[in-house]
Design a binder for this molecule. Sequence first.
Ligand code: PMP
Length: 438
Amino acid sequence: MVAQPPVSTDSFWMPFTANRQYKAEPRMLVAAEGMWYQRHDGTRILDGTAGLWCTNAGHGRAAITRAVSEQIHTMDYAPPFQMGHPPAFELAQRLVGHTPEGLNQVFFTNSGSESADTALKIALAYQRARGQHQRTRLIGRDKGYHGVGFGGISVGGMGNNRRAFPVQLPGVDHLPHTLLPEAAFSRGMPEQGAHLADALEDILALHGPENVAAVMVEPMAGSGGVIIPPRGYLQRLREITLKHDILLIFDEVITGFGRVGEAFAANRLGVTPDMITAAKGLTNGAIPMGAVFVSDTIHEAFMQGPEEAIELFHGYTYSGHPVAAAAGLASLDIYEQEDLFQRALELEAYWEDALHSLRDLPNVKDIRNMGLVGAVELEADDKPGARGYRVYRHCFWESNALVRCSVDTIALSPPLIISQDEIDQLVAALKKSILAAA
Ligand code: PMP
């Protein structure tokens, strides 16, 4: 019998949650340290998801606590319009030391959704700024997730996130996703599927490439079920977009800050987009913050008018918030000092072997991995998502591990500080739950 939660669950309308189901069986986390959460009944839960792909340096990092507390003490808030403060400038400067070459400008937001909509708006405004007013069309990808703003749900490819909201951006097309049955159980990047990038040429032929502003994809799709890019696929997208002078935006809200073994997937894959969106690991999840990394070329196009003119009519009250920026700086210190991005790369082979050891369990349909991301896709039973949820729930209550389920795919993305022993524990916990509940 699980202890009653310490608070009433009546009034908080929880996001992306089956609220009635949750309230019948509340799952509460009350503390966190390192690789571990603590459940409200005191049980320790191994964090297999870095919260929600956020806490790449693990929980409760004292340096972040200190930096946040000192910054609130020094200056809690400052307006970001026509006014600046050192932490935001310092963070921007530090961040562009990690981005691919040529992406040296940072626009701060508060979330991944805001980063996605900001990048799309910058893309449209850039096309106008350089006189290409007709370039208004946007292209996303099936199963893509770019947050929940109107731009993000329109360019994203998740039907469930669009269905109840019939007003969306016009002029959006979607590439096919790259999850191919013949690539099941690929280790790392699948060999099959690069040709799917050529669908971009078909879309462009339909509308005229001169009418397209930007293509936005996650280099590795996370929420859509952990879809690892086929070898050569993103290179091909880059070639086609360059050929037609169309912007390429990588949504790296999940893949940023070491998740796939380098600062960004763009670095790891050797493909440089025109913009990268980020959030989550930017502050190790401690304070909400997002960012868009913008190429010098795009930025320069906005810097041509009269000096007293505002170049971009866009921004947020909390853009570059000093407390968030302090958390970002402290997170970067940890990532750099502990070489955590490199650590993710070095652990990749061990992680891959551990995950693929689950291959012969009942109802396992596919296993996918890259960096410190993993996915175990289960066969759907009569009701899609039911098996995934059973395993997720069993993991939480019986195996004491936090995993994520996206329909019938169990996704794993532990903090990058995870040890080999903890990888074994996490995989053993998932195995136990697949055997018991799948
Ligand atoms: N883009 C991607 C790729 C994401 O994974 C997410 C969040 N999971 C978002 C955007 C939206 O981020 P947020 O929830 O911070 O708005």
